[in-house]
Design a protein around this ligand. Structure first.
Ligand SMILES: Cc1cc2nc3c(=O)[nH]c(=O)nc-3n(C[C@H](O)[C@H](O)[C@H](O)COP(=O)(O)OP(=O)(O)OC[C@H]3O[C@@H](n4cnc5c(N)ncnc54)[C@H](O)[C@@H]3O)c2cc1C
Length: 262
C-alpha cells in the first residue's frame, strides 16, 4: 500500500510574533520543527506499513530549508521524501496550497491513503487536509483518533467527537487527518538518523505539476491577508446583570457599541 503523509515545517512555538510593518511572521531565531500533528500522521503511516506492508512517502511544500523537516521524518522511518518548492508557489493561501499539494501527490503514482495532521500550529486553519481531498475527489475523514482496520480496499477509523467518537468506514483511496490521541510518535533511532542524512530528497517544481498557472502561488490565491496584528489586550471588563429580557437588550446594545456587528 502506498501511503502519502503531508508534513509542514512550522516555527517551534505557538507564540510567533508578527512584524507590525510588513504583517509577516518574524521567523528569525525561532527554531523550525515538523508540525507536531504531522509527527502523529507519520507514526500512524509507519504503523500501517508494519501491519500490512507498503511504502510511506512524505511530502512537504515550502522553501528549500523545509528539507530539514523531511529528513527528520525519514529518520523516524519514512521511505521517500518529496519537497514541493518553487518561487512560483510562494505566497499560496490554503486553497492554492491544497491545489498544489494535490497536483504534487498525483506525480507520486497510485496512492491508497493520504494522512495529514489535524492542523498546523502556525496557520491553524485545518483547511489543507480537506482541501487536498476535495481537489483529488477523495473521501475524507477528519479528527481520526484510531485506525481500527485497514486493508488494500477499505479503512475503518474512529473519528473523535466532542462527546465521544464515530466509527467511520470508507473505501480507499481516501484522506484522513489525525489528532494527537492516535498514537505516540517514535523517536528516531541512530540508524534512522544516519539514513536520513544520506536520503535523497526529490524536489518537485511548478513545471512538474501539470498545474494551471493561474491557480498557484500568490496570484492563484483567492484570499489575501490585508493586515495581520496581535489583538490589543484589554483588562477590566463590564459585568452585565439583570433579568432576561432586559439582559438581552443590554447585551445587544453593548455589542452594537463595540462596533463588531453593524
Ligand atoms: C487567508 C490566508 C492567506 C495566506 N497568505 C499567505 C501568503 O501570502 N504567504 C504565505 O507564505 N502563506 C500564506 N498563508 C499561509 C498558508 O496558506 C499556509 O501556510 C498553508 O496554506 C497551510 O495552512 P495552515 O498552516 O493553516 O495548515 P492546516 O490546514 O492547519 O494544516 C493541516 C495539515 O495539512 C498539511 N499541510 C499544511 N500545509 C502544508 C504544507 N505546506 N506542506 C505539506 N503539508 C501541509 C499538514 O499535514 C497539516 O497538519 C495564508 C493563509 C491564509 C489563511
Amino acid at each position: 500500500m502506498n501511503i502519502v503523509v503531508c508534513i509542514k515545517q512550522v516555527p517551534g512555538t505557538t507564540q510567533v510574533k508578527i512584524n507590525p510593518d510588513t504583517g509577516t511572521l518574524v521567523r528569525d531565531s525561532v527554531e523550525a520543527v515538523v508540525n507536531p500533528f504531522d509527527e502523529f500522521a507519520v507514526e500512524e503511516a509507519l504503523r500501517i506499513r508494519e501491519r500490512i506492508g507498503g511504502t510511506v512517502k512524505v511530502i512537504t511544500m515550502g522553501p528549500p530549508q523545509a528539507e530539514t523537516a523531511l529528513r527528520s521524518v525519514v529518520a523516524m522511518g519514512a521511505d521517500e521524501a518529496h519537497l514541493v518548492s518553487d518561487r512560483a508557489i510562494a505566497g499560496s493561501d490554503t486553497w492554492a496550497t491544497s491545489y498544489t499539494l494535490a497536483k504534487a501527490i498525483r506525480t507520486l503514482g497510485d496512492t491508497s491513503l493520504i494522512i495529514c495532521g489535524k492542523q498546523a500550529i502556525d496557520g491553524d486553519t485545518a483547511q489543507v487536509g480537506p482541501g487536498i481531498a476535495e481537489m483529488l475527489d477523495l473521501p475524507f475523514v477528519a479528527w481520526v483518533r484510531k485506525v481500527e482496520e485497514i486493508d488494500e480496499s477499505k479503512i475503518r477509523v474512529e473519528r473523535m467527537m466532542e462527546d465521544g467518537y464515530d466509527v467511520v468506514d470508507t473505501p480507499l483511496p481516501a484522506l484522513i487527518t489525525v489528532v494527537k490521541e492516535i498514537n505516540e510518535p517514535r523517536m528516531a533511532s541512530l540508524k534512522g538518523k544516519m539514513r536520513a542524512k544520506k536520503a535523497k530528497i526529490n524536489t518537485i517544481t511548478a513545471a512538474d505539476l501539470d498545474a494551471e498557472e493561474h491557480k498557484i502561488g500568490l496570484k492563484g490565491s483567492p484570499t489575501q491577508v490585508l493586515r495581520s496584528f496581535v489583538p490589543e489586550r484589554k483588562s477590566g471588563g463590564e459585568k452585565i446583570t439583570g433579568e432576561l429580557p432586559e439582559l438581552v437588550d443590554k447585551i445587544k446594545t453593548t455589542i452594537l457599541d463595540l462596533g463588531v456587528i453593524k
